[in-house]
Design a protein around this ligand. Structure first.
Ligand SMILES: Nc1nc2c(c(=O)[nH]1)N[C@@H](CN(C=O)c1ccc(C(=O)N[C@@H](CCC(=O)O)C(=O)O)cc1)CN2
Length: 283
């Protein structure tokens, strides 16, 4: 078997075209959604992701507000810039690009964001809404994974899903999202304390690898016909390497690759959160 590709790049382009129409409809009512980004430090990956987010905004007609700060930024200064965006009427939603450098604490910064402007769905109040099954912005990567599977006809209800990685942006919220009644999957969340990861992945209909450890999922760990979603990105001299070994293609039915799978969907879901919020504000 050679796995078919879950093409996140193509799907993200379709979603952006859909959003462009919704943004045009808002513009006719005099409403322009505005996405703010707060980028601290000089990590090349973070800079590239934020540039991509603003390119996407331009493509669909969302206004961009960019705050760029040096790695030496103090907690007080960062807090001030976040509070400015909370108050800025042109900014309908914003994100703090993670991870923050040095001693700046990710969780502390996320908590400063007005939950009503939390375009990433990572504020504790919005994660709480996810736990309770209440409406609110959803974390972009988990939402992108669910959308990628759904729009390709991969069934989630009743599926055994093994998620590797318990990080705040992907693994943990993905577990919450997949176990909602609307998704109805059974989730096993593996992490560094899991004794035998392969024992869990081999039982799974869907494996999501979000550990950020190159090629940790190999063909012998995957049930024939399973769907595999690669989220981990490691930059090497040879290029980007995912968490899923290329040999898995011979065993899986579908694979979301790195690059071109979940990454573009993360960006498309950020735009979706921004547009949905602007529509809700417009009434
Ligand atoms: N505030 C946030 N910080 C971070 C998030 C997040 O959702 N919110 N997720 C990641 C980084 N990220 C978005 O910010 C992100 C990661 C990867 C991609 C992407 O398009 N990847 C491409 C490869 C691009 C490349 O690296 O050359 C792909 O997989 O095809 C987009 C966004 C951590 N921080």
């Amino acid at each position: 078997m050679t796995a078919e590709t879950l093409d996140g790049k193509a799907l993200a382009a379709t979603i952006k075209a859909e959003l462009k129409e919704r943004v045009a409809a808002l513009a006719e009512r005099g409403i322009v959604p505005g996405l703010g980004t707060v980028l601290v430090g000089d990590d090349p990956g973070s800079h590239s992701y934020v540039r991509g987010k603003h390119r996407d905004c331009a493509e669909v007609g969302i206004a961009s507000i960019q705050v760029e700060l040096p790695a030496s930024t103090s907690a007080a200064e960062l807090e001030g810039r976040i509070r400015e965006l909370n108050e800025d009427p042109a900014c309908t939603g914003f994100i703090v690009q993670l991870p923050l450098p040095g001693a700046l604490d990710d969780a502390w910064a996320l908590e400063l964001v007005d939950p009503g402007k939390d375009a990433d769905g990572l504020h504790p109040a919005n994660l709480g809404r996810l736990v309770l099954g209440e409406p609110g912005p959803l974390p972009c990567t988990p939402r992108g994974i669910v959308e990628l599977l759904r729009r390709n006809g991969v069934g989630l209800s009743g599926a055994e899903v093994c998620v590797i990685g318990r990080g705040t942006t992907v693994g943990r919220p993905l577990g919450l999202l997949l176990t909602r009644k609307s998704e109805n999957a059974t989730v096993t969340l593996c992490h560094t304390g899991t004794v035998d990861v392969a024992e869990h992945t081999r039982r799974a209909d869907i494996v999501v690898a979000a550990a950020g450890r190159p090629r940790i999922v190999t063909a012998d760990m995957v049930k024939p016909g399973a769907v595999c979603v690669d989220v981990g990105i490691t930059r090497t001299e040879a290029g980007l390497v995912g968490d899923i070994d290329p040999s898995v293609r011979e065993v899986a039915s579908w694979i979301a690759p790195v690059p071109g799978g979940v990454g573009p969907m993360t960006r498309a879901m950020l735009l979706t959160n921004v547009v949905e919020r602007a529509e809700a504000l417009a009434g």
